[in-house]
Ligand binder design. Sequence first.
Ligand SMILES: [Zn+2]
Length: 266
Amino acid sequence: MTNHNWNIYPLVLGEADVSKVLDTFWSLSREKTMVTVPILAWLLVPTFKETPILVDTGFRDANRCQDVHGLGPHRTKPEWSLHAQLKNHGLTVEEVRTVILTHLHYDHAGGCAEFPNAKFIIQRTELQAAAAPMVSKKLDFGGQALFYDRKDIADLVDPLWPQVQLIEGDHEVAPGVKCILFENTHTPGSQAVYVETEFGTAVILGDIARNVELNISQGIPPGLFYDLESTYRAMIRIKNEADIVLPCHDYEVVKKYGNGLKEGKF
Ligand SMILES: [Zn+2]
C-alpha cells in the first residue's frame, strides 16, 4: 500500500487574551480567569511527492480584532507573520498552492490576500453564512457580523474569488488529507481536516472544540457553538475517529508539537 503520511507543524500567527469561559458549554464554567491563547495555522508537509498544504491564515490586523470585533488585546510580531512562519519551513507565500479554511472567522481567514498562487478550499455554506450572518446589529462585539470580518469575506468574494474553491460536504484534498464537514458546530460550515500521519489520524479542529481534555475527552461542548446537538455529536465522532487532536487556540499543542507530531493518544 502506498504511504500517504504527512508531517504537521503549528504556525503561531499571533496571540489573544480571552476569557477561559469560552472553553465550556454555555460559558457556565466556574473558571473566570483570562488566558493568553495563540492564533494558530497548520502546515501540512507530505512525506511523499505532493505539495504542502496550509490550514487557516490567522487574522488580518490586531487593531481590527479590538476596534471592529470588540475583543480583548490581540498581539502580533514580525516572527509571527505568515512570511516568517513559512520561512521557518523553507517556504514562501508564493509557493503555497493550497489553503484549507476550517471556517471564516476573523482569526482564521484574515491572511488570504497574502497568497497569490493558492486556491482556498471553503465549504459553500460557510461562505454563505459569513456573507450574510444572522445577527443583531445591537450586539457590541463580533463586528456586527458574528466574528466574520467584512473585509476578509469581501476579499474572498472579490478579488480572491478566482482562487476560491467551494466544496459541499466531505472532500479529499490530496492523498491522506480530507476536509470533513461538521455543519452547525462552531459555525454553519465548519470543517475539520483529517490528516494521515505516522502516528495515526490527526484531526485539525478549527474551533469545533477548543480544549481537548474538556471538549473531546470529556465530551463537554465548548462555549461557542451554533447548534448544541450537532456539537455534541461532533465531540463524540472526533473522539472516536482521531488519534491526535489539534485545536487552534491552545499553547499546549505548540509546546507538544512545535517540532512535529509525536506518538501518543491525545
Ligand atoms: Zn478561532
